[in-house]
Ligand binder design. Structure first.
Ligand SMILES: C[S@@+](CC[C@H](N)C(=O)[O-])C[C@H]1O[C@@H](n2cnc3c(N)ncnc32)[C@H](O)[C@@H]1O
Length: 245
């Protein structure tokens, strides 16, 4: 199991808390809502929408964006079910939401702010998403929003001023090739671990939705554009694993 990071989003509702400083991340969810609806409508098998339906948010922080993410997913699933069957999802489907973050996350603030009138049961799942945090076949739809860019640790040498890998730039523009490679190596290893773990935990046929910002560098920093990406892995990771066996 991966080690618990020392850093943490500032909990509570105070002036420096993550909750007071996460509207940028929240805007991404608004921007991606339609795309997410389309994806769930097109890619999620109707057979999976019956009985208990489980959504898992990896890197949930202490809210409120996590609630928006999971509610958008539930709305899209209910919408698909209603249109396809003509039946009321509230009568046939029970939703469960699993909120994951590191053990140092402020889960108290998260659970105290659970939206009134929500139509889901909830549970916390503490632990690093770079390793397994759930049993096999635990969730139908997983989401990672603004947490996919984290690494499990700093690449060696990055914080050492005497190292050729010392990173003078807080952003990923303009740094040297060695720094770029160090981050890429770390990120590649972490991403593999993260996807391998989710491949075990996802129910076959389920979806992983990954939201985050990307940085396109072309020549000068003026051309550096922040944009959002939506990556949908529809069973790919599971198929890849099965092909490997
Ligand atoms: C920028 S916040 C995003 C929170 C929320 N998803 C949102 O959209 O506002 C990133 C979150 O990822 C969590 N995180 C980072 N690395 C993690 C890991 N290895 N395992 C679990 N959570 C992690 C952080 O603790 C933090 O709460």
């Amino acid at each position: 199991m991966a080690t618990t990071p020392q850093w943490v989003m500032i909990g509570g509702e105070g002036p420096e808390s993550y909750n007071q400083h996460s509207s940028y991340q929240g805007a991404l969810l608004e921007a991606a809502k339609e795309k997410m609806n389309e994806t769930i409508s097109a890619k999620l098998s109707l057979d999976l929408i019956s009985g208990r339906f489980t959504v898992a948010d990896f890197g949930c922080a202490s809210g409120p964006n996590s609630f928006v993410a999971v509610q958008n997913i539930i709305d899209a699933v209910e919408d698909k079910y209603r249109k396809a069957t003509g039946q009321n999802p509230a009568e046939n489907i029970e939703f469960q939401v699993l909120f994951n973050d590191s053990t140092t996350n402020d889960f108290n603030t998260l659970f105290q702010a659970l939206p009134a009138g929500r139509r889901y049961y909830s549970a916390g799942v503490p632990g690093s998403f770079f390793g397994r945090v759930l049993p096999r076949h635990s969730f139908h739809i997983g989401v990672i929003s603004y947490a996919f860019h984290f690494t499990s640790e700093n690449p060696k040498g990055i914080t050492d001023r005497d190292s050729p890998l010392w990173n003078r730039d807080i952003h990923c523009t303009g740094f040297n090739e060695a720094v770029k490679k160090a981050y890429l190596d770390q990120y590649s290893a972490d991403t593999k671990n993260l996807l391998d773990a989710r491949a075990e935990e996802i129910i076959p046929g389920g979806l992983m939705l990954l939201f985050g910002s990307g940085c396109v560098v072309s020549g000068s920093w003026l051309c550096c554009l922040w944009l959002f990406i939506v990556v949908v892995l529809v069973l790919c990771i599971i198929h890849i694993k099965q092909l490997k066996k």
